[in-house]
Ligand binder design. Structure first.
Ligand code: SAM
Length: 290
């Protein structure tokens, strides 16, 4: 079999299966063995269960399978299935599912493949759905222990920005609900084939919600208050939730937040206090998400 870390051989393998990297599916394949090994090491404990988003030709999948007890890999590209079948031949720790990751039910995956036990998630994420993949994993109630993801450097900067930074936005505040995001190491653009225009980084999430407020109320509050980034909290609150001026005033007093500030200056605890004041009933519950 071809060496997946050699651009020439990887291209030859794809060609033999009648395919080439698809820009529309964010296909930039990892060709640096050292990086792939580092990701696998960080992504899962020996013998653990792991779900991979977008295995592509399978370089990371193979490394994960050396370490994990079971790897379930979800790939949307039908053309890639023949490649994966060949690369994973005889490897009974790997199961490939042909599906759109954004449409799968993670609780069903957990019970069908991992006996309902907790599992980790990893992926060199397709850049066009990075934020959606991150939120889907973090919001899931399927028992995800750890999420290790390759993202573009600009997304890593957004995920780890502090209130008041230019990179701090709705994604930062939404993800902060689930705890801190760690940047593990940078990954240069030359580690991929084809070479993308930007560098990347490996980030890791250990989902453990720590704010004392329901997830849906928190998420709605962040979205609503960031709707018009340049406007004050007061304007966003009234426009996003159809709240009258006198009610808005009460909400800000209750939450102890100055109504003339902008969302980009609020820390997660302040969003949580506002969520409790805006949605007192929903703020107390956390309904299940698949
Ligand atoms: N894991 C491989 C690697 O690191 O070399 C490939 C990573 S490539 C950046 C992203 C992969 O995700 C591609 O194989 C692409 O076809 C797949 N993909 C794109 N959108 C997807 C989706 N919605 N669901 C599942 N896989 C998807």
């Amino acid at each position: 079999m071809e060496n997946l870390y050699s651009p020439c051989e990887l291209n030859a393998l794809l060609k033999r299966h009648g395919i080439a990297p698809l820009k529309s599916l964010g296909q930039n394949f990892l060709i640096d063995q050292n990086i792939v090994e580092k990701i696998a090491l960080a992504a899962v404990e020996p013998g653990g269960n792991i779900l991979e988003i977008g295995p592509g030709p399978g370089a990371l999948t193979l490394q994960l399978a050396k370490r994990a007890g079971k790897v379930v890999a979800i790939e949307i590209d039908r053309g890639m299935l023949g490649v994966l079948q060949e690369v994973m031949a005889g490897n009974n720790r790997v199961e490939v599912i042909h599906a759109d990751f954004l449409k799968v039910d993670l609780q069903e995956i957990a019970s069908a493949y991992f006996e309902g036990k907790p599992f980790c998630v990893a992926g060199n994420l397709p850049y066009y759905i990075t934020a959606k993949c991150i939120l889907k994993v973090l919001e899931s109630s399927a028992g995800i222990q750890r999420f290790t993801a390759m993202v573009q450097q600009e997304v890593a900067d957004r995920l780890t920005a502090s209130p008041g930074d230019k990179n701090y936005g709705a994604l930062t505040a939404s993800v902060a609900y689930y705890g801190a995001t760690d940047v593990l190491f940078p990954v240069g653009r030359r580690c991929f084939m084809p070479t993308p225009d930007v560098d990347s980084a490996i980030v890791q999430f250990m989902p453990s919600p720590c704010l004392n407020v329901g997830r849906t109320a928190y998420a709605k509050t962040v979205r609503g208050l960031f709707a018009m980034r340049r406007k004050t909290l007061s304007n966003n609150l009234k426009a996003s939730f159809g709240i009258k001026a006198h009610q808005a005033e009460e909400i800000f007093i209750k939450a102890g937040v100055d109504a003339t500030r902008r969302a980009e200056t609020l820390c997660p605890e302040e969003f949580a206090r506002l969520a409790t004041a805006i949605f007192p009933v929903e703020a107390e519950t956390n309904e299940k998400k698949k």
